[in-house]
Design a protein around this ligand. Sequence first.
Ligand code: PDD
Length: 284
Amino acid sequence: MSRIAYVNGRYVPHADASVHIEDRGYQFADGVYEVVAVTGGRLVDELPHLDRLDRSLRELRIAAPMSRAALRTVLREVVRRNRVANGIVYLQVTRGAAPRDHAFPKSGLFPALVVTARSQAPKRSQQDDGVAVITVPDIRWKRCDIKSVSLLPNVLAKQTAVEAGAYEAWQIAADGCVTEGSATNAWIVSGDRALVTRPADESTLDGITRRTVIDIAARNGYRLEERGFTLEEAKRAAECFLTSTTSWVMPVTSIDGARIGDGAPGPLSRALLSHYADYVASLA
Ligand code: PDD
């Protein structure tokens, strides 16, 4: 089956899908994106993702490419045309195409919208066994709360992880605290069994999965502390895990080669993963 993409008003074969060479997303990374999980053909946490998209667009003063209702129709149509039952739908909005100039063009600019979808799921073996994380300095800008397509530091961080045989790179701020992964939020379980994750400030993305896990924690009586934690604290933690749309809740069993706990996914990470999987299944 051939894949279909949505590009600026048209559904086109994926292989032929293209944008203008002077699209500002291409030239300046002047755009934002969202990745929404699909389960049983349905979008997981669609509205929070669209709220976060609106916020990213507002913060960068990029116009919405279409109404929310129209965008929801396009997302569903791309999922349907690609026959994605379980996977992801990706959407990207850039400021549009214009003669190259750093400042925003004064007129004639239309935001560009691209939507793609594909089948994928977190790997069961990684959920069962846990994954390795390495660390890199956080060299990003000071507005990581905006889901910008400007991801070069994240790309380099993830590449460092892959070359080290690890699943993810946790980024370390100048104060020694873990900010987040290249494409995931970071969590630890403290010695007294509290779930700890960094507050959603401008240094990290306010992950939608992070928020869902916070809700799950509240409903199930787990203690939550939204505070920074250092790499040293993470290495000594009872458990570590990470969250994202594509990773769900993923147990972390080593950091920079140092074993976390007994080196196997801990009970709280496993319980949260199981609650999250139930939540996703309930939407299908
Ligand atoms: N990444 N932090 C960063 C830097 C991210 O890029 C992401 C998402 C997250 C987790 O957010 P959420 O739970 O809303 O997926 C945290 C997506 C999946 C990506 O870039 O592919």
